[in-house]
Structure formats: C-alpha cells, structure tokens
Design a protein around this ligand. Structure first.
Ligand code: ZN
Length: 204
C-alpha cells in the first residue's frame, strides 16, 4: 500500500564523494549545492558527473521549449532538468555505522505506523512504547522501542506484549542509515544503483 501522505516532496539522493548514499534533499537544495560547486549532478542514465555549467549546457533548454514538465525546473529563461542524484565534492566519510537512537528514527524505521495495530500515526501524536516496560528494566534503545498510537500504548500499559496479548508487527531492530535516509521518500529508479536493497523496502 502506498501511503501518499507520508511520501515527502520529490527528493534528490545525496552521495558522498565515494558514492555512498548519505541523505536526501529537495531539488532546490540540490541545485544550490551544485551551483556552489559543493556537489556535482550524476546523470541518471549515463552516471556521468556534471558541474553546474555542464549541466546547464547539456540538460537545460529554453523556457519555450517543449519538455515533460515534471522533469524540469523553471528559471527565468531556462528549463533545467531536475537532478535525481548528486555527489558531494569533498565529503568522503562513511556514515553507515551506528545510527544513534532517536524518537524520530523510530518513527522513520517503523514507517509511521503503530507497531501493534498498524494505524498511521501523525508525528505529533506519536508515542514510543517500551516493549519491555521501563518499570521492569527495559531500556530506551532501538531494540526495545517501537512506534505506537496513543490508544495501543495506553492499553498495553506496564505489560509486555505477551501479557497484553498484543502482537508486534515486527521485532524492533537497529536500522541502517539507508533505511532512515529513504523512509517515506519517493525513490527514483536511478537510485537503485546506489542503494543496498536488502536493507530497504524499495517503493518504486
Ligand atoms: Zn495502535
């Protein structure tokens, strides 16, 4: 099921200098990074890299030219093809180690769904359920915390899922960076080359 209200605006995949995914940004941010020479566009078909001048000379057309509008962004005189992937010029670090625990991360990992009843939860109404309750020594970490709606969290109370007869949709695990980067984002076909699909529920 495609949950359209959770799919954010069109995003551009950001790779570090050695082409590992580290984030997504909106199209305008991506173009700004390229314009400031902090990143280059990776052509979705050829995987060639383009700086700003080359992208404009190769992938921009006059504003009155006939194009598939969805694929282009308009400036005063030009229509510039939207990038799908950019690669940073300097950053070569590899961040895919030990993603720190966060509430937001739990929300993303659990795809915005209550892990007991499956309902989609608004970020502002989200609660974190400790699978093993804190009062019984349960920790606040990736493997003991799940996203829950207020109703389920309230009715589970200070019990384990077994005691409350409430089954978890899945065992909570430490997510990979790719999972958190891509959760709730509309993926482009061209991203597949850069993403470890074993770690990600690919929505194409
Ligand atoms: Zn629920």
């Amino acid at each position: 099921m495609v949950d359209s209200h959770r799919v954010s605006l069109e995003r551009v995949l950001v790779l570090n200098r050695i082409w590992q995914p580290i984030a997504t940004v909106v199209v305008k941010q991506a173009l700004t990074l390229v314009f400031r020479q902090r990143a280059r566009v990776v052509c979705p078909e050829s995987y060639q890299m383009f700086d700003w001048a080359n992208w404009l000379s190769d992938k921009a057309v006059r504003s009155d030219a006939h194009v598939i509008e969805h694929d282009y962004i308009r400036t005063a005189h030009l229509q510039v093809r939207k990038p799908e992937v950019i690669t940073l010029a300097k950053y070569a670090g590899y961040p895919n180690t030990g993603v720190p625990y966060s509430r937001r991360g739990v929300f993303e990992r659990d795809n915005g769904q209550c892990q007991y009843c499956g309902v989609y939860v608004h970020k502002r109404a989200m609660t974190i359920d400790h699978v093993l309750p804190v009062s019984r020594g349960g920790g606040t970490n990736w493997t003991n915390c799940v996203l829950a709606c207020q109703r389920c969290n309230h009715s589970k109370s200070d019990r384990t899922p077994g005691e409350a007869s409430m089954a978890l949709a899945q065992e909570p695990v430490q997510p990979t960076r790719d999972q958190l980067i891509l959760s709730g984002v509309n993926m482009h076909e061209s991203w597949k080359a850069f993403i470890n699909e074993r770690h990600v529920k690919v929505k194409l």
